[in-house]
Design a binder for this molecule. Sequence first.
Ligand SMILES: [Zn+2]
Length: 149
Amino acid sequence: MALEKLQQARYLLLLVSNQPGISLGAITESALHRQYLCLAAALRRQHIQLRGFYYCPHHPAGSGEYACYCMCRKPLPGMLLRAAMEWGIDLRQSWMIGDILDDVEAGNKAKCKTILLNQGNETEWLKGRYRTPGHIGDNWKDIARIICP
Ligand SMILES: [Zn+2]
C-alpha cells in the first residue's frame, strides 16, 4: 500500500485539514476527533501510523470563538509550520499531498514539495504564484511512485 511505502521510507504521516464545519456549526470538535480516531484505527489495522492531526476550525462566516480570519486555514501554511515546529520537520524535505490547489498553495508557501492528488475535487483551477503543483498524481500508487521512485 502507498502509505506503507512512504512510512517505510521514514516519512511521518500527518493529516492537515480545513474543518470550517466546526465554526459553521455543522460538526462538533468531539465528533471530528471521533472521526479522526476511527480513521487512525482503520489505518493502524493496515500497519500505518498516522502521527498527527492538524485542523483549522475557523471560518470568517462562522460563529463563536472560531469566526475569524486565521493563519491556519489553507491555502495559508500555518498548520504546516506548526507541525514542522512540533515534530522538528524539515519542510523542504517534506511533501504536501492534497486534492485541491489550496493544499498545493499551502505546501508551496511552506516550502514543501507538492503533489496534487487529482481526483476531480479541484473544480476552480484558480491560477496563482503558489498554485502550481510540483507533481500531479491520479491515485496513491502514483504518489508513492513520485516520492519513492
Ligand atoms: Zn484556522
